[in-house]
Write a protein that binds this ligand. Structure first.
Ligand code: ZN
Length: 205
């Protein structure tokens, strides 16, 4: 079977930037499963996997517009320190917030005096992504997977230890930040379309 719409594909991958630095890898987490054609992963990667079969390996180059988008200065804003109330903001801290572009993950970039600079760009925005992937398996999706818009592991939606994958993950059922998608991703527009899942756990079983 080949990767196509309505198949569940498992891949191992390494993601590098233009300088060859490893940004992310499936590594110890094991293969990442996704539902092909359901916007679980960034479009450029999905296009590169289309038509591959188990055992196939490939390098896939993904430009920003087919990855996490171009870097936008419009997503950088300053807010007063007082906006954080009793919380103490720190550079690098991330949180979800409603913005004029919808719900975004904001990163605290800078704190100067009473002014805090927030960046709503994805950490990989504006970057060309170099994926080395290997297809581990391709299977037909189950009906419930098609209706939920994501793959199910043994034990049902988000079962089987798939939840809680680390920040910066390339996906996975319950990753919430830096994710390329997946069941509970809240960050990417493509992932948002799947809906149904909050960052505290999946809303389906
Ligand atoms: Zn589900």
């Amino acid at each position: 079977m080949r990767a196509a719409k309505e198949t569940v594909v498992a891949i191992e991958y390494t993601l590098k930037d233009d300088q060859g630095n490893i940004i992310d890898a499936s590594g110890d987490r094991g293969p990442m499963e996704y539902l092909h054609g359901a916007q679980n992963i960034i479009p450029g990667l999905e296009q590169g996997i289309e038509g591959l079969a188990a055992g196939d390996a490939k390098s896939v180059l993904v430009p920003p517009q087919l990855g996490y988008g171009e870097y936008s200065e419009k997503l950088v804003q300053q807010v007063p320190l007082t906006a954080f109330g009793a919380n103490t903001p720190q550079v690098g801290m991330r949180f979800h917030a409603e913005t004029n572009l919808g719900m975004r993950v904001l990163t605290i970039k800078k704190i100067e005096g009473e002014e805090v600079t927030l960046d709503g760009n994805h950490e990989l925005a504006g970057k060309t992504l170099h994926f080395d992937i290997k297809v581990v398996s391709v299977r037909a999706a189950e009906l419930t997977e098609l209706s939920h818009g994501h793959p199910h592991q043994a034990g049902g939606c988000c079962g089987g230890g798939g939840c809680g994958s680390a920040e910066g993950s390339e996906g996975g059922c319950c990753s919430t930040e830096g994710s390329a998608g997946g069941c509970c991703s809240t960050e990417e527009p493509a992932a948002q379309k799947q809906g149904g899942c909050g960052s505290g756990g999946c809303g389906c079983s």
